[in-house]
Design a protein around this ligand. Structure first.
Ligand code: FAD
Length: 379
């Protein structure tokens, strides 16, 4: 991450994508959520608004927070997060040939991209993945079964992790850039999800699928290094989604608390109601401070591995609490599908699993804490 943009520039990004979210995305979110459909035209409209030309994780995160607040569509924002992660990997580790071939289509929205790591037998323990690539004349043959992956139900391009057969252990894990329309590969949409239904989550099957030599990203054995980049980009950008959701809950909650009258006065006069809104405000401010502090430390080259896990644990738990409190605060309206509260809650449950579960992040935080405070304890 290079130096952070100025506050004025970030405010302008936020204003632009709040407006895009409100005007273009919000009007159809209820219908798309009900139908579990991903709208390609809307995706192109986001690209046309310049979303995928934004540079650096700070601008991207800021845009996504504002998009969520304007649209209340966490599914589409998750789709954009995964796409951004793929762009970041190609930008930072792609060869000149890969950048020339892939980046223009990723930036102008011609392509939708995903990052396919999870498999039926490898979720939290990603190193258990079984996908294999074999070197063959003219490139590689990929055999892979990726499961429950953002965008991999409709995407044109995916970064796919696989072990390279016959490679020494330190070169075994690799990432391949795969055009999904090629031979011997199939995608399937997951339609059973209760949350993030406006995002095309799905599976990818490849059976001895031929890949050209330039499909290998970052050189032989770059897999683990690229995992680290994918995880840190994903953790920052999803952190902004939790923040957008928290602020959206607070804004909707305050409006209702001031307008809805019971016992002859606005329900916001009631301290049990105020407490819910105050907790949302406190959680949002703390998350925002933590996110920007982490970005500053990333820009300075610090190791922020555990801090990103703090963002996840605090952010997702606070956002889920806020969405649940908003459901309650809205009374019977809170469980209406026309209100954002229950959709946000369902979407946030999906987000709590994507990008590593809360339990995984607690393991990271604990290990780093012990390392820092008790460096002599063998781990
Ligand atoms: C909506 C959605 C989008 C997704 N998008 C992507 C994507 O873009 N790319 C991708 O690669 N994957 C994606 N995933 C997959 C996601 O990364 C995995 O689902 C996640 O890592 C958990 O894996 P699992 O589902 O196999 O659960 P499991 O690994 O089977 O875990 C089940 C439970 O056991 C707990 N657990 C496991 N091990 C431990 C341990 N050592 N200590 C304590 N608790 C433990 C977990 O925290 C969890 O609560 C997505 C998933 C969802 C739901």
């Amino acid at each position: 991450v290079s130096a952070l943009p100025s506050r004025a520039e970030l405010d302008a990004v936020a204003a632009r994508f709040f407006d895009v979210g409100k005007r273009l995305v919000a009007p159809s979110v209820v219908a798309r959520d009900r139908a579990a459909s991903f709208d390609r035209a809307l995706w192109r409209a986001l690209a046309d608004a310049g979303l995928f030309r934004l540079e650096g994780v700070a601008r991207r995160g800021q845009a996504l927070e504002a998009l969520v607040r304007g649209s209340l569509d966490l599914g589409l924002a998750v789709t954009a997060c995964a796409h951004f992660v793929a762009i970041a990997v190609v930008e930072q580790h792609g060869s000149d040939e890969q950048k020339r071939a892939w980046l223009p289509k990723l930036e102008d929205g011609t392509w939708l991209a995903g990052c396919a790591n999870a498999e039926p037998g490898a979720g939290t323990d990603l190193m258990g993945l079984k996908s294999r690539a074999r070197e063959r004349e003219g490139g590689f043959a990929l055999s892979s079964r990726k499961w429950s992956v953002t965008n991999v139900g409709a995407c044109d391009f995916a970064l796919v992790s696989a072990r390279l057969e016959g490679a020494p252990a330190r070169e075994a894990m690799n990432i391949f850039g795969v055009e999904t329309a090629g031979a011997r590969r199939w995608m399937r949409l997951r339609s059973d999800l209760t949350g993030l239904r406006t995002s095309p989550t799905g599976s990818l099957l490849a059976w001895r699928a031929p890949l050209p030599p330039h499909a290998l990203v970052g050189g032989r054995g770059a897999g683990v290094k690229l995992f680290r980049l994918m995880f840190s980009e994903e953790r920052v950008t999803t952190g902004f989604l939790y923040l957008g959701a928290l602020k959206a809950c607070l804004e909707r909650g305050v409006r209702h608390a001031e307008q809805r009258r019971q016992f002859g006065q606005p329900i916001g006069k009631n301290q049990y109601v105020q407490e819910k809104l105050v907790r949302m405000r406190v959680a949002a401010e703390l998350l925002e401070a933590q996110l920007w502090r982490t970005l500053e430390r990333m820009a300075a080259g610090d190791d922020v591995h555990a801090s990103l896990s703090v963002v996840k644990v605090h952010g997702i738990e606070a956002a889920i609490d806020a969405a649940q409190d908003l459901v309650r605060l809205l009374g019977s309206l809170g469980v209406s599908v026309d209100e954002p509260a229950e959709r946000l809650l369902r979407d946030l449950l999906g987000l709590s699993i994507l990008g590593g579960t809360v339990e995984l992040h607690k393991i990271v935080i604990y290990d780093e804490t012990v390392r820092a405070l008790s460096p002599t304890t063998p781990r």
